[in-house]
Every structure is written in C-alpha cells, then in structure tokens.
Design a protein. Structure first.
Length: 167
C-alpha cells in the first residue's frame, strides 16, 4: 500500500504546485456527521464554496460528484450510519469533504475511515443503487483514491475537474 497511494494521486498533482504553494487559489473543508442527511449539507457547502470562488456554473456536476462520494463514504465506510437522529459532534465526524482549487483545476476529496478501496464495476442500470462511481467517472476528468498515511487510518477518494479557461 505504501507507494500505491502516491501513484494513484499522480494524475491529480501532475503539473500542479504543492498544496502549500501560492498557486493554490483556494481550499475549503468541512466535517460531516455520520448520517445520510450529511449529503445535503455537503451539497450546500459545495454550492457556497463554488459561489465564493465565482464558479457557480460548475455546481450541478460538482455537487453530483460530491453527493456520490459522500454517499459512498457513509454507506461503505461508516458502520451504523443513521438516516436521522440528533446531530453528531465534531469528534464523531468520520467523513470530511475537501475542495481545492487551482487556476485550471478543481479537486473534490472525501476522507473516510475505511481502508478498503472503492469498487468501480460495471454499472447495472436495472438496480436501484451501484452507479455512483460510474457517475463520478462520467462527470469528472479523472478520479482515484489513496490510503491515508501516518497515524490516520482510512482513505481519500478524489475527483478532478478541469476548469474552463477565463475569457
């Protein structure tokens, strides 16, 4: 797993300055409670962030991808997810959404506590679920995942959008 994770991220970072470099135009993140209603909160957070970055025209595609990534994290990586219930505390949050923007690219990344890789298989359109990663692949320029390193356990699943050139 050691080098496999960094290899999986190469398409995202290829040609980009490091995350701390002045080339980063913006970044934002939020913790999400372990409840399915967190998907709605992730969409709101995404909309507000894109509006702040003057990218509201990207909301539909980015929010769809964020919804799928967060839903997958809740469904497959967080045991005991509740459909409702009292809001969880920050310490209980096991899923985190990160949005990072450069001049030419936007990356959405969702961190979760599972070390299992996401499974992208053939989408069965006759089923009620199971098309999430197919949608992510269809609406993004690239996507992938990597295991967390150090003391953090889990993984990050990321999606890359190329931004339209300014006029």
């Amino acid at each position: 797993m050691g080098t496999e994770g960094s290899t999986m991220l190469e398409p995202v970072w290829l040609g980009l300055p490091s995350i701390d470099a002045p080339g980063v135009a913006g970044s934002a993140s939020c913790s999400l409670p372990t409840r399915f209603e967190a998907v709605q909160g992730a969409r709101r957070f995404t909309g507000a962030t894109l509006a702040q970055w003057e990218l509201p025209e990207m909301f539909d595609e980015v929010a769809l991808v964020v919804s799928e990534l967060v839903t997958n994290a809740l469904r497959h990586a967080c045991p005991g997810v509740r459909a409702d219930g009292p809001p969880g505390t920050e310490a209980e949050a096991q899923v985190r959404l990160h949005l990072m923007r450069w001049r030419s690219r936007l990356v959405c990344a969702v961190r979760d506590p599972s070390e299992r890789s996401p499974v992208a298989g053939e989408a069965d359109f006759s089923q009620e679920s199971g098309r999430g990663l197919y949608l992510v692949e269809s609406f993004t320029d690239d996507w992938g995942w990597h295991p967390l390193a150090g003391t953090l356990r889990g993984k990050v699943v990321w999606a890359l959008f190329l931004l339209p050139r300014p006029r």
